[in-house]
Design a protein around this ligand. Structure first.
Ligand code: PHE
Length: 394
């Protein structure tokens, strides 16, 4: 586990962007510096813990999210902090590993004395961390975990994104009604709660619409050889292949499919959302589609302003991870202000009462299960780039 210090990438001209404090100096509540430093709770200001995959196979998830969470903290501190005190942020790297996620959360609570947690991206890791947060009465907001089980862990666990029964239905409906497909094969990651859940909801929706699942095959995160699965799928009448996995394997699966002559489009979900998808998959992904939390070319004015500020600060545009990371942190600050204190139960109650919170990736109203209802975007991959295709409302 690595304790990550603050990184500042200031770019001249960023001050032109009034909001999102693209180029502000760190506030008084900067996160602790180098490795080994520890936050104490001497300050009575809000202390936020973020656990994220800053390294490992899905490093894009954690890095993009953490950059955005840092921007939200800077913005809050630039406008006077929360409850009159600067916000402190401590991020711990869980390397995309379930056991590391659990120990990061334990450490954030026991050693860093956080008042609230942000994390994780991956549903399996949010489940591991969430169980600890729930037991300790520390509110947690997952920016982007979509498996329904995550918030079912308990009443301290929230998210700012849609859930997979919706996401699976969106792609199934698109495949059946827009692409007019009759048969689709599925290739899922059996070590990943998100992948298993999304495969199930896609299957239920696609078959309910009269479609047929030609074949279901599986892999495990970290696998590099997918030729047996692709060969089996090639022998069916599948007109598309649904791969609800993470970008790290999806790119390699696409390349294997093309190499072995499986030419049908691939279909996927939010786990595809990383620039690395295209560097790994290259041309093999052209003609494929995936559902996501936002499409850069379909973003709201508030979303576009955030994207511009992020780009000025970090040199690259955020993915959906960054958008949702910013919203998770901004919603937390809003809830703490509404709660008027740092008490876990009070913050939880305020989060539960969230109505019409305007984020950079859509508007958030928490339902009784602590999930917001939000629209999904469908993107098509054309010339190695994701292009906005459609938006599907909740
Ligand atoms: N929704 C994925 C999960 O629950 C995580 C994810 C979100 C990945 C957004 C990429 C983009 O595991």
């Amino acid at each position: 586990m690595t304790l990550v210090g603050r990184r500042w990438f200031c770019i001249a001209g960023a001050a032109l962007l009034a909001s999102f404090s693209a180029c502000k100096k760190p506030g008084g509540g900067a996160a602790p510096g180098g490795s080994g430093s520890v936050t104490t709770n001497e300050s009575s200001g809000l202390i936020v813990g973020h656990y994220a995959s800053l390294t490992g196979n899905t490093a894009h998830f954690g890095q993009d999210t953490d950059k955005a969470v840092r921007m939200a903290v800077d913005d809050a501190n630039a406008s006077g902090g929360v409850l009159g005190k600067p916000v402190k942020l401590t991020t711990l790297d869980d390397r995309g590993d379930t056991a590391e996620a659990a120990s990061a959360v334990t450490r954030l609570i026991d050693v860093e004395h956080v008042n609230a947690l942000i994390g994780e991206v991956a549903s399996s890791l949010s489940l591991a961390g969430g169980r600890i947060a729930q037991r300790r009465g520390i509110p947690m907001i997952s920016p982007s975990s979509t498996n329904p089980k995550v918030t079912q862990v308990g009443d301290y666990i929230f998210r700012v994104c849609f859930i997979d029964p919706f996401q699976g239905k969106v792609m199934a409906t698109f495949a059946r009604n827009t692409l007019k497909l009759d048969e689709v094969a599925i290739l899922k990651d059996v070590k990943n709660d998100y992948s298993i859940g999304l495969a199930d909801t896609f299957k239920a929706s696609f078959t309910a619409l009269g479609g047929k699942i030609a074949l279901e095959q599986s892999y495990s995160a970290g696998d590099t050889d997918f030729s047996a699965q692709v060969t089996a799928i090639k022998a069916t009448k599948a007109q598309a292949l649904y791969v609800p996995g993470y970008y790290s394997e999806v790119g390699a699966i696409a390349r294997t499919a093309r190499r072995l002559g499986l030419k049908v489009p691939l279909l996927g979900g939010d786990g595809w959302d990383a620039p690395e998808l295209f560097s790994i998959g290259g041309d093999a992904l052209n003609g494929s589609y995936y559902s996501n939390h936002f499409a850069p070319d379909g973003a709201s004015p508030k979303g576009k302003a955030f994207m511009a500020a992020f780009k000025q600060k970090y040199g690259t545009e955020p993915t959906g991870l960054g958008m949702l990371g910013y919203d998770a942190a901004a919603l937390l600050f809003d809830a703490v202000k509404r709660a008027g204190k740092l008490d876990g139960a009070a913050i939880r109650d305020a989060l539960a009462q969230t109505k019409g919170f305007e984020g950079v990736a859509g508007t958030i109203t928490m339902d009784k299960d602590r999930n917001p209802e939000k629209a999904a975007a469908i993107l098509k991959i054309v010339d190695g780039k994701a292009k906005y295709e459609a938006t599907v409302g909740p």
